[in-house]
Design a protein around this ligand. Sequence first.
Ligand SMILES: NC(=O)c1ccc[n+]([C@@H]2O[C@H](COP(=O)([O-])OP(=O)(O)OC[C@H]3O[C@@H](n4cnc5c(N)ncnc54)[C@H](OP(=O)(O)O)[C@@H]3O)[C@@H](O)[C@H]2O)c1
Length: 287
Amino acid sequence: MKKLLIHLECDAQASVFDQVTAYDAGVDHVLAYGGVQLDQVTNLVYGAMFTRGGEGLRNTAIFIGGTNVPIAEKLMKKVQDTFFGDVRVSVMFDANGSNTTAAALVNKIAYKRDLKGKKALVLAGTGPVGIRSAILLAKEGCEVFLSSRQLERAKEVVRHIQINYGVEVIPVQIEGEKDVAKILKKGINIAACCGAPGAQMLDLATWSDAPSLEIIADINAVYPLGVEGMKVTDNGREREGKIFYGAISIGNLKMKVHRAAVKTLFENNNLVLDFDSIYELAKKLEA
Ligand SMILES: NC(=O)c1ccc[n+]([C@@H]2O[C@H](COP(=O)([O-])OP(=O)(O)OC[C@H]3O[C@@H](n4cnc5c(N)ncnc54)[C@H](OP(=O)(O)O)[C@@H]3O)[C@@H](O)[C@H]2O)c1
């Protein structure tokens, strides 16, 4: 029986990136649907549920992608609400690369390290990758601070994290370097930059003047990078006593995580691969 991956997303054109990655992960065929509306999900999912039955169900899986993460989250919920009993197929959520990127970022930081009791600052943590990274770092035992340019926005995201994941994160406002320096003085050990492409979050003078800072990671691959003095290829490189991880080295791990997750989908018919289970898979890989 061929391994079929049904790719659903709300963007008009289904992501080429996700389809290529699916084939590289060993999928035999991708059935890609772009422009998917919420009310079309049930019928699409029925097509996966009612065709192969029993043991055969594990050879069909669903991937939820798309650049609009909140809409993709609604598609994900609708897919899961459509299943009943054992009549289901495995599902993976990775809209805009959010889950696999957060898993790779946090695994780079946590690999072979004990993060319990460390203080982590997720800079520009209000986007999909930042939110997921903050939760994973908190689950690793860090005290997590999450920044936004607007305090209200940081508070809103922190409330969302508390209500939906039961995880405590501290909201902070960072508008410029002065604010970063002030927060770093709280004894921050880890800075994870999750800002939009081309947004510099941390300058060289500020990070080099923060003695508590041990690890700096950045997932923005578009110049200027999120951290001044960082190289995208940094992979544990030391500068002034601090360890650096850049967007390309994190991105390379992200690709491995993505492929491993797609492969895993076909091991059973009832898997739900969301940010936490994808992180568990990432932890099995060498970072
Ligand atoms: N390396 C990889 O493999 C990979 C994969 C996926 C994504 N990425 C990268 O990961 C980063 C995060 O992705 P995402 O989708 O979570 O990001 P996003 O939602 O586009 O942006 C994250 C946050 O950045 C802040 N921001 C936006 N413009 C800014 C500006 N001009 N100056 C300062 N802050 C600004 C916003 O926070 P506030 O408005 O709350 O301040 C926003 O919530 C992006 O750089 C993306 O390209 C990398």
